[in-house]
Design a protein around this ligand. Structure first.
Ligand code: 13P
Length: 393
């Protein structure tokens, strides 16, 4: 097929063309070339703004602070420092994070959980305004979590498409400008064709709906670290998953210039006998991305997935040793919050020290985004891995 596309003088990498081609094949196979219906990439009235938003999140030396833990997951974080899981404690923790002085120098976007999007500081300032003043784009987790996928090999699928358009319009009104949808793929459980297809289709529908409502979609098919497989097996699965994701993104006429990706790095499974060096992780991950991700996509914002803070920063640094077609940066939750949370311990007198700990990690990852990080002065806590088997977010 590629040869005939080239012969026709068509830009094979364009999502618009793929959309046309799919539309032609699926909807009207008998229509002659001269009369075929042209589908344009979608995102109508918001197209310009989406491109601007995505570029601003993917700006040099900056990345995303992910603090969109559901109430249940946030509860686990609070429990680890002996705090009760209630709205007051969740608000106090998020206030600590979001009001860190100087954060906007290293952080371009913050992903919030719905509760946080509508919360304010104890002085009455909306969190979204705190972020705007710091030049940080507010984002929102819009998926409704994972449930078992019937007919699969014990795999899951991600809920949240029902009512997504109206929820997204409301989030935009409240100040959100980008969205996140996290679905997962398990290597030890398959992955089955069904689970990969479902993950990719869900992400594509979500992406189209988000763009229609002014939100830049972060596309996140997390390939879980669970398993004892080799790095080559992860590469194979990641290539399969991302090819399906881009196929369906194109089929849904998603504007590639107005999305961001949140991939897992390509590493061996957490229980594999060998660990990979940052150079090896970078080599495999970039190989996979270059094979699958068009350069129209402005930013790749990695998740940390249970790596230690230092490991996640070292791997990001290794990926930025030579120029990439896209901005290659971070969208970490655990790998930005761990030392900060442990320093805070829920005590008001520790807030300043905890904010310094967060800023230290944000700065380290900013330097890694520019390819200039060294782990020389890192403490032991930052080197502790955070992998949890079957982790839910
Ligand atoms: P981690 O960096 O902890 O893997 O978080 C992933 C995520 O999806 C947060 O938005």
């Amino acid at each position: 097929m590629a040869a005939s596309l080239l012969k026709a003088g068509v830009n094979v990498g364009s999502s618009q063309f793929l959309g046309e081609s799919i539309a032609k094949n699926v909807q009207s196979p008998k229509v002659s070339k001269a009369h075929r219906v042209c589908f344009s990439v979608r995102a109508g009235s918001y197209a310009e703004e989406l491109v601007k938003t995505a570029k601003s999140v993917a700006s040099p030396g900056r990345g995303i602070l992910a603090i969109d833990e559901s109430n249940a997951t946030c509860g686990k974080r609070l429990d680890s420092i002996g705090l009760e899981n209630n709205e007051t404690n969740r608000q106090a923790y998020r206030q600590l994070l979001l009001t860190t002085p100087g954060l906007g120098e290293y952080i371009s976007g913050a992903i919030l959980f719905e509760e946080t999007l509508y919360q304010s500081t104890t002085d009455g300032k909306k969190f979204v305004d705190v972020l705007r003043e710091a030049n940080i784009m507010p984002g929102i987790k819009v998926d409704k979590g994972l449930v078992p996928l019937p007919g699969s090999n014990n795999e899951s699928w991600c809920q949240g498409l029902d009512g997504l358009a109206s929820r997204s319009a409301e989030y935009y009104k409240q100040g959100a400008r980008f969205a996140k949808w996290r679905t997962v793929v398990s290597i030890p459980n398959g992955p089955s064709e069904l689970a990969v297809k479902e993950a990719a289709w869900g992400l594509a529908r979500y992406a189209a709906i988000s763009q229609d409502n002014g939100l830049v979609p972060i596309v996140e098919p997390e390939i879980l670290l669970d398993g004892d497989h080799s790095i080559d097996r992860t590469l194979e699965v990641a290539e399969k998953v991302w090819s399906e994701v881009f196929f369906y993104l194109a089929a849904n006429n998603v504007l590639f210039e107005g999305i961001l990706l949140k991939p897992s790095m390509v590493t061996p499974g957490a229980e594999h006998k060998e660990r990979a060096s940052p150079q090896q992780v970078a080599e495999y991950t970039l190989k996979m991305l270059k094979r699958r991700v068009p350069p129209a996509v402005p930013g790749i914002m990695f998740l940390s997935g249970g790596q230690s803070e230092v490991e996640a920063t070292l791997n990001l640094n290794a990926m930025n040793q030579s120029p990439n077609p896209w901005h290659v940066s971070f969208s970490y939750a655990r790998a930005l919050q761990n030392t900060c949370l442990k320093t805070w311990k829920g005590l008001p007198e520790n807030v300043e020290a905890a904010q310094k700990a967060l800023l230290l990690r944000a700065r380290a990852n900013s330097v890694a985004q520019l390819g200039k990080y060294s782990a020389e002065n890192e403490g032991d806590e930052a080197k502790t891995g955070m992998f949890v088997k079957g982790y839910t977010y």
